[in-house]
Design a protein around this ligand. Structure first.
Ligand SMILES: Cc1ncc(COP(=O)(O)O)c(C=O)c1O
Length: 288
């Protein structure tokens, strides 16, 4: 059940969201000096928590921030939050920043990080209801060159997502001089001649947890996976285009820049991957 004033976790305390306060010197606000993760829970169980913890550890390490003392308790803390909010199917937003300090770009000494965890209801994946669909626009990737870090610095993503919204589309597909990287909140895959192509997990994309799971499922299904750079023409002439992400699972993309992808309908590989992901989630989170 959605809760109008949920219990959240802030620096060790479980408190109502409306009662939470943060310093105006918080470096997350002043400099976007922090990182985050979004984890999904199905029937009260987390999906792929170790992969999210590992990515958070790498993000923290790259920005020179030690993992907070409660780092390893994240799954238990999140589970406690779900119980306190009577949530079963939920996502949690987990943010760690360099904490409050007088405005100065250099790292402050002796300041504990700020840890914020906010849960919210999220519908479970319903394999029976068909694969969700989206439309997209192509737009230049204006982000920095460390996109593998799940940084709070999301202004380029916000601007691109807003441009997509203004164009009446669901998603912004980012490209660097024609090389397709990813969407603002998901990874992109294309299907060409039965093969699944996606940008390699280098510094230009976030290596999505769902991306990793779906590529594994594709290989299990005998689908050839090509982690290689492709361009906007190859995307537009692809047989299928799909997105993967914690919030959108496997989603078919039917139109890009107003052009239909093949016949503008979800394709067979996308459907197989959608069903495989639903089975995977059921096996991980819903079985006894
Ligand atoms: C830029 C970007 N790429 C990819 C993803 C997908 O990652 P994941 O599957 O871990 O949710 C996200 C998720 O928020 C994202 O923000």
């Amino acid at each position: 059940m959605p809760h109008s004033d949920p219990i959240i976790y802030l620096n060790g305390d479980f408190i109502h969201k409306s009662a939470a306060t943060m310093s105006v010197d918080e470096r997350g606000t002043l400099f976007a000096d922090g990182v985050y993760e979004v984890l999904r829970f199905y029937a009260g169980r987390p999906l792929a928590a170790p992969l999210h913890l590992e990515r958070m550890r790498k993000s923290l390490s790259r920005i020179g921030l030690a993992p907070p003392d409660d780092f390893d308790q994240l799954p238990a803390t999140a589970q406690a939050l779900l119980e306190k909010n009577s949530l079963q199917n939920a996502k949690i937003y987990w943010q760690v920043t360099r904490g409050p300090a007088p405005r100065n770009a250099t790292f402050p000494k002796g300041v504990p990080p700020t840890v914020l965890i906010v849960p919210s209801h999220s519908d479970p994946l319903d394999a029976g209801s068909g694969v969700p669909t989206q439309t997209a626009v192509l737009t230049p990737d204006e982000r920095w060159s460390n996109c593998w870090i799940k940084s709070l610095m999301l202004l380029p993503n916000v601007l691109a997502a807003n441009a997509a919204h203004k164009a009446g589309c669901d998603s912004a597909f980012l490209h660097r001089d024609g090389a397709v990287t990813e969407a603002t909140n998901a990874n992109i895959m294309i299907v060409r001649d039965g093969e699944l192509w996606t940008h390699p997990a280098d510094r230009w994309i976030l290596n999505g947890v769902t991306r990793q799971i779906v590529l594994g499922l594709a290989r299990d299904l005998g689908i050839t996976v090509r982690e290689q750079v492709y361009d906007t023409d190859q995307l537009l002439t692809g047989d299928e285009v799909l997105l993967t992400g914690t919030t959108i699972h496997v989603t078919a993309v039917t139109h890009v820049d107003g052009q239909p992808i093949r016949n503008g309908q979800p394709g067979p590989v996308t459907l197989r991957l959608h069903e495989a992901l639903a089975r995977y989630i059921a096996g991980e989170c819903l079985s006894e």
